[in-house]
Design a protein around this ligand. Structure first.
Ligand SMILES: Cc1ncc(COP(=O)(O)O)c(C=O)c1O
Length: 392
């Protein structure tokens, strides 16, 4: 490896809720234990990003800043080269995060009481975006075949056909199930939505984190018709572990939809922007950190295989969803026969294991753990040892 994927900064007392949870259980700097919950990586930032930020700090003042033409072109170049998508700079609107973007999309494109579809279980803020804004959650539960989740297309078609249903928030790749939707699946989803006048908000924040043998397809890249019926939410934040810089790019090819979104943005801020350091870091990342990403993917793949081999050997009753994309493994521990609350307690108190509990992603997630495996391999090995000790 060219880059450092071994050093860990222990983020106690830095405002990281992921690390604060460890402190609540009495752990501190002297314990060689890391959390496996919130979706940021335990890898140090790529040196190319640090250098760009240092250059900015040395040569600039922290005034108001927007996206420059060079920034927008760099983002589009990434879409062309990594995603085979000919996106245009003028389609991009800024957002300080993807959660903010899908909350705003729900407000902008639907009215109170109207239906928004989710493929569940799913990233929990998506439920909130619907429920807390007075919209109706239209649940399209996925079918779990044991090691893979699939869309229930008949149910989707039925629910999309309800004239009250206006929007689908698509999680692509899917968190927490780790699916990278195939082009064929996306075409089916897109056609159902077109037929029934349902707009697609495609959250593609994990789109660069794809495991060998799989290929991500940007929803809008499939056809002009799809591009005109969607907004695509992207960011370099997961890819390069810079979520704290709060810089995302929302692509809206359809000019009417874009105008509506921009008007909604401007209701709360007449000059919507991200921040100067976020722009500089993102530009450096997309320009210079492709190799860093390729190496990160290798570490994630190594960790993935380690867990699969371990579970097959030690706990064959544990079912793991194939990790096709993201760095979030989805493990079904119900086969161990332990109540999910008790599992959580034993993980925390006895094994010192801090995953995201499956139930936060919906009822289907009870007894599951979402394991963030973007960390040095030695921490995965140590966690597996503690699992073995607690549950053998
Ligand atoms: C599917 C998905 N969307 C959005 C986010 C968060 O996005 P942001 O930090 O840009 O609001 C996450 C973070 O885990 C995620 O998994």
């Amino acid at each position: 490896m060219t880059y450092d994927f071994e050093t860990v900064f222990k983020r106690y007392s830095t405002g990281s809720s992921k690390w604060d949870e460890l402190a609540r259980y009495g752990l501190n700097e002297s314990d060689d234990i890391i959390p496996f919950s919130v979706a940021d990586m335990e890898f140090v930032t790529a040196p190319e990003i640090i250098d760009a930020l240092k250059r900015e700090l040395d040569s600039s003042i922290m005034g108001y800043a927007g996206a420059t033409p060079a920034y927008l072109e760099t983002v589009c170049e990434w879409m062309r080269t990594r995603h085979n998508w000919d996106a245009k700079p003028e389609w991009i609107l800024p957002s300080q995060g993807i959660v903010d973007a899908f909350f705003r999309a729900v407000r902008t494109y639907t009215r109170e009481g109207e239906g928004v579809i989710l493929n569940t279980p799913v990233y929990y803020p998506m439920y909130l975006a619907i429920n807390s804004q007075g919209r109706k959650l239209v649940d399209n539960p996925m079918i779990n075949t044991g090691t893979r989740y699939e869309i229930d297309f008949e149910d989707l078609e039925r629910k999309a056909a309800d004239p009250n249903t206006k929007l689908l928030i698509l999680c692509s790749p899917h968190n927490p199930c780790g699916r990278v939707w195939t082009r064929e699946e996306l075409i089916k989803i897109g056609e159902i939505c077109l037929r029934n006048d349902v707009l697609v908000v495609s959250d593609e924040i994990h789109f660069d984190l794809i495991m060998p043998g799989h290929r991500h397809t940007v929803f809008a890249s499939i056809s002009d018709e799809f591009a005109n019926n969607c907004i695509v939410c992207t960011a370099p934040s997961k890819t390069f572990n810079i979520a704290g810089l709060q810089t995302s790019n929302i692509f809206i090819p359809n000019a009417d939809l874009r105008k509506k979104f921009l008007n909604a943005l401007m209701l709360s801020n007449p000059h919507p922007n991200c921040n100067i350091l976020g722009y500089r870091a993102s530009e450096a990342a997309y320009k210079n950190c492709g190799e860093w990403l390729d190496e990160v993917l290798k570490v994630i793949d190594t960790n993935r295989k380690l867990i699969i081999e371990f579970m097959a050997r030690e706990f064959p009753a544990v079912k793991i969803s194939d990790l096709e994309g993201t760095y979030l493994m989805w493990l079904n521990l119900n086969g161990l026969g332990i109540d999910y609350r008790e599992l959580e307690r034993r993980n925390h108190e006895n094994a010192k294991l801090f995953f995201d509990e499956g139930y936060i992603f919906g009822k289907q997630g009870e007894g599951f753990e979402r394991w963030n495996i973007a960390c040095p391999t030695r921490y995965i090995e140590a966690a597996l040892e503690r699992l073995k000790k607690e549950y053998s």
